[in-house]
Design a protein around this ligand. Structure first.
Ligand SMILES: Cc1ncc(COP(=O)(O)O)c(C=O)c1O
Length: 395
């Protein structure tokens, strides 16, 4: 639902005219520093010291975040059962084992189930702010601190959102963002890591640049340089995202205004119950989330004329029971690189079952999302609200 226009076209033109598309370069030589400038602006927006722009998307940002925390074989990482599979895949890509936990009715990671599932080998949890809905970062960070484990926020669907007045991505030890084509800000693909922690930043930087050993700034790293991936962003991505960032406040304000209109017009009306929210003000407003007593009611509401609703249970790749490569232990391109077969992971919790998070499946079946569009006119918002009111009243 990002907005895009002439500003992005002009900035891409500037980069092309400068003939400097590689992110590393000297400003004295006409290099525009678009990636570096975006990283500074993004870190400031999120309210942390450092950010790292990556070409490999939110997946790369999650991987770099976990790698930055030093997580690998022998470690378990708790992820919610409702998220894109990439959240769990990122744990596997660094050699760790994802442990799947329940969500609660807020649609985000249930702190009580996380507390139950933290084991002796758990090193991190990844709360996911799915559909821009903030997870309970107070409870989750307090729990993690008590148990001595790290928190990596998956903010891939919540660029710019907040919880209790602080931006998502600044609550945990690090936050991972996506700028793919379905997000609030986009460069088609891309992602970013944000963190206050110098060590996480440094290890993530080395992990994300296969040429790190040969950079002019290599001497500034405090740790020995190891072999990394190639997740470097291009100057074109940096330039587009700097303009996208200028649009962020406007999109969020419009989405939040529309969501607030839904709530004020419909709350308390017959048949209507909104999903409870950890922080309605911080919610990005990507969806209006309704909950019902059973799946049949949810389906009747979603399919009623003019509602345009959808059930999260139908979103396929976001429901853990559909994560076949995870459930069937197909990770790594080579058996030796498959974390499920690694000797250091032998004693970890490797067993999954499609019904292992029954509460998550139940909630996903009786929730309806209505996706909101920041560019809806007032009459379109009114028509949607009226359709929801009518559909709920006739259940
Ligand atoms: C919750 C969540 N996590 C991670 C990702 C991965 O992001 P990307 O596709 O940019 O790698 C996505 C992308 O859709 C996502 O929605």
């Amino acid at each position: 639902m990002y907005r895009l226009g002439q500003k992005e076209i002009d900035e891409v033109g500037r980069v092309i005219n400068a003939r400097r598309m590689f992110r590393v370069g000297d400003p004295k030589d006409g290099h525009l520093q678009e990636c570096v400038r975006f990283e500074k602006e993004w870190a400031k927006t999120i309210g942390v010291k450092r950010s790292l722009l990556l070409s490999g998307g939110g997946t790369a940002a999650l991987m770099a975040g976990l790698a930055g925390m030093g997580i690998g074989p022998g470690d378990e990482v708790i992820v919610p059962g409702y998220t894109f599979m990439a959240t769990a895949a990122a744990a596997l890509m660094v050699g760790a084992i994802p442990v799947i936990a329940e969500i609660n009715e807020t649609m985000t990671l249930d702190p009580r189930d996380v507390a139950r599932k933290i084991g002796p080998r758990t090193r991190a949890i990844i709360p996911v702010h799915i559909c821009g809905i903030p997870a309970d970062m107070k409870k989750l960070t307090a729990l993690a601190r008590r148990r001595g484990i790290k928190v990596l926020e998956d903010c891939c669907q919540a660029d710019g959102g907040s919880f209790k007045g602080r931006r998502l991505g600044s609550w945990g030890d690090a936050g991972a963002f996506s700028f793919n084509d379905y997000k609030i800000m986009s460069a088609g693909e891309g992602g970013a890591l944000a963190t206050d922690d110098d060590e996480i930043y440094e290890r993530a930087s080395i992990y994300s640049d296969s040429g790190a050993a040969f950079r002019a700034y290599a001497g500034k790293f405090t740790m020995p340089i190891f072999i990394g991936f190639q997740f470097r962003a291009t100057e074109i991505e940096g330039a587009i995202l700097r303009m996208q960032l200028q649009r962020l406040g406007g999109i969020l304000a419009d989405l939040r205004r529309i969501r607030a209109r839904f709530v004020s017009a419909l709350e308390g009306k017959p048949g209507i119950r909104f999903a409870p929210s950890n922080d309605p003000k911080g919610d990005c407003g990507v969806v209006a989330a309704f909950q019902f007593a059973c799946e049949a009611e949810a389906r009747a509401f979603a399919g009623a004329g003019g509602v345009g609703g959808w059930l999260p249970i139908d979103s396929g790749k976001h429901v853990y029971s559909n994560w076949d490569p995870v459930l069937k232990h197909r990770a790594g391109h080579h058996p030796g690189m498959n974390p499920y077969l690694m000797p250091r992971n032998r004693k970890l919790r490797l067993k999954y079952a499609p019904d292992m998070c029954p509460r998550t499946l139940d909630i996903l079946k009786r929730t309806v999302f209505v996706s909101l569009n920041p560019d809806w006119k007032a009459a379109q918002v009114r028509a949607r609200i009226e359709a929801c009111r009518k559909a709920a009243a006739s259940l």
